[in-house]
Design a binder for this molecule. Structure first.
Ligand SMILES: Cc1ncc(C[n+]2csc(CCOP(=O)(O)OP(=O)(O)O)c2C)c(N)n1
Length: 555
């Protein structure tokens, strides 16, 4: 068999994995790979920063369910991937990231652009590799894609010394995988299923709490049927938005720090929580001692490490969320539970998200409501972090999975713009809207160039409050309005976008908003809207730090 170079093995392996798009940034340690990318059959997207590349791969992965792929050079290129890896790891996003590395003979010698990337990324990857022999490369790539996408998804890093990309080996892509010690498939425990069904059937005030795991397992339809049959209301975490349609009468929306009162009241009053692919993040539970004091917990999760990590589970059901729900469904009795449903409806009716819209200033919540109306709740919404993220979660109605992309676990400012461009490449026919704060936007603003170069019709909406709004909100409420380092003097975002060749407009008058948003959505190409919103607007309701989720203020 003819031998080919490591760089060619890289290309051939990605072809075998049906990679459609690779995001990356070149440098010395990956020049041999970039040479082969010059005429590779898949799309090779040059971002303007390695952090942009990895968030773009993440946005592509979250919006499509496929593995996102990115590449950087060694040293600073690789360390620029770190935030993106941690972001993907916290939110269980399937990704394979390649970092170039110095030549094998220079490893450990503080060579030019050497960084111990395996060491650095060990705690923020599902697995990582340093390739030491070109003969291992195809196998390692095969394993990496498998590990990234099986079980609980996550990012896998492959550190690839430059000499290996030049060495020759026969190329044979392995047919199967042999990974003793990694066993992501679980046989669902039948006894536990029966126990769980019994508990569900005898409960009076049960709630389903669905998260990111429900989305990554594709449990949507099964979850809907399960909720309908059992008449159990569904709460969706930030990561679970879209796992259950929010217009369904059984939907209670998002719980936690900025969730809706009805979801928090329901959790607090419930006698049973059926947790589906959630990790009971502290932003959800608030003060743990008072969280859902009367509830027993059935915890469905593919990752045994999640069971009783934060909240004790009476019955763990380890396995793929969709498969577990499929197993559970036939054991569930059709039930009325009308007293509980009536209570839920009352909470929902009496406690919608609300804001004062009596001023002349544009309210950020109104911007999201208008976007929801104009897109019929069907756009892919990508957010930054802060108030913009919470308003996007609260005021847009999510009805299908994979339409809300946001850095939930790590809370990474600078995620939105590159993730939106990745999502647009994965979902070519869909409207992709990046909802941004003026602070976050500037963290990866350079990706405007990538958006322009590939003419990606991303609609960028800056909720411009000239401040780091979420931090300013905390300073207002808990630090006597001492606005330390949170008021921003910004550049002219319209001129900035225009300098990148992107159509842009500024909106300062609420009366002009709807028409301007409509024009932006109809514009055939990328658009940036700089929307001047009320500076001192706060996200409510809010559970103050250290309080129980029933102790919400505002809203
Ligand atoms: C990389 C990073 N640095 C700092 C923070 C802390 N932080 C959380 S929200 C926030 C303010 C965000 O401001 P902006 O993007 O303008 O959004 P707004 O809250 O005003 O909508 C900050 C600084 C973070 N989440 N990520």
């Amino acid at each position: 068999m003819a031998k080919i170079s490591g760089a060619e093995i890289f290309i051939e392996s990605l072809k075998k994995e049906n990679v459609e798009v690779l995001f990356g940034y070149p440098g010395g340690a990956v020049i041999p790979i970039y040479d082969k990318l010059y005429d590779a059959p898949f799309k090779n997207v040059l971002t303007r920063h390695e952090q942009g590349a990895i968030h773009a791969a993440d946005g592509y992965a979250r919006s499509t369910g496929k593995v996102g792929v990115c590449i950087s050079t060694s040293g600073p290129g690789a360390t620029n991937l770190v935030t993106g890896l941690a972001t993907a790891y916290m939110d269980s996003v399937p990704m394979v990231a390649f970092s170039g590395q110095v030549s094998s003979s220079l490893l450990g010698k503080d060579a030019f652009q050497e960084a111990d990337v395996r060491g650095i990324t060990m705690p923020i990857t599902k697995h990582n590799y340093l390739v030491t022999d070109v003969k291992d490369l195809a196998r390692i790539i095969k394993e990496a894609f498998y590990i990234a996408s099986s079980g609980r998804p996550g990012p896998v890093l492959i550190d690839l010394p430059v000499d290996i990309t030049k060495e020759l080996a026969e190329f044979e892509y392995p047919e199967s995988i042999d990974l003793p010690g990694y066993n992501p498939e679980y046989n669902i425990d039948k006894d536990k299923l029966s126990e769980a069904a019994e508990l569900i059937n005898s409960s009076k005030k049960a709630v389903i709490f669905a998260g990111g795991g429900a989305i990554s397992s594709g449990a949507g339809n099964v979850l809907e049927a399960f909720a309908k049959k059992s008449r159990i209301p569904v709460i969706t975490s930030l990561m679970g938005l879209g796992a259950f349609p929010e217009d369904n009468e059984l939907s209670l929306g998002m719980p936690g720090m900025h969730g809706c009162r009805s979801a928090n009241y329901a959790l607090t009053e419930s006698d049973l929580i059926i947790a589906v692919g959630v990790r009971f993040d502290d932003r959800v539970t608030g003060k743990l001692d008072t969280f859902a004091p009367n509830a027993k917990v059935i915890h469905i999760d593919i990752d045994p490490a999640e069971i009783s990590k934060n909240v004790d589970a009476l019955i763990p059901l380890i396995g793929d969320a969709k498969e577990v729900l499929e197993g559970l469904s036939p054991l569930i009795k059709e039930s009325k539970k009308e007293a509980w449903i009536t209570q839920i409806c009352e909470w929902k009716t009496n406690n919608p998200y609300k804001y004062d819209d009596d001023s002349n200033e544009i309210k950020p919540q109104y911007v999201i409501e208008e976007l929801n109306r104009l897109t019929d709740g069907k756009a892919v919404i990508v957010t930054e972090v802060g108030q913009n993220q919470m308003w996007a979660a609260q005021y847009y109605n999510y009805s299908v999975p994979r339409n809300f992309l946001s850095s939930g676990g790590l809370g990474t400012m600078g995620y939105g713009l590159p993730a939106a461009l990745g999502a647009q490449l994965g979902r070519k026919d869909d409207v992709v809207i990046d909802i941004s704060g003026d602070g976050s936007f500037q963290m990866n603003v350079q990706e405007l160039a990538t958006i322009k170069n590939y003419n990606l019709p991303v609609k960028i909406i800056i909720l411009n409050n000239s401040s780091l709004g979420m931090v300013r909100q905390w300073q207002e409420l808990f630090f006597e309005k001492r606005y330390s380092s949170t008021i921003l003097e910004n550049p002219d975002f319209v001129k900035l976008a225009e300098a990148y060749g992107i159509y842009a407009a500024r909106i300062e008058d609420a009366k002009e908003l709807s028409k301007a948003l409509e024009d932006a959505l109809n514009h055939d190409g990328p658009v940036l809207m700089d929307i001047k919103v009320a500076q001192e607007e706060n996200v409510f309701p809010m559970v103050p730090a250290g309080k129980g989720i029933q102790e919400m203020i505002g809203g």
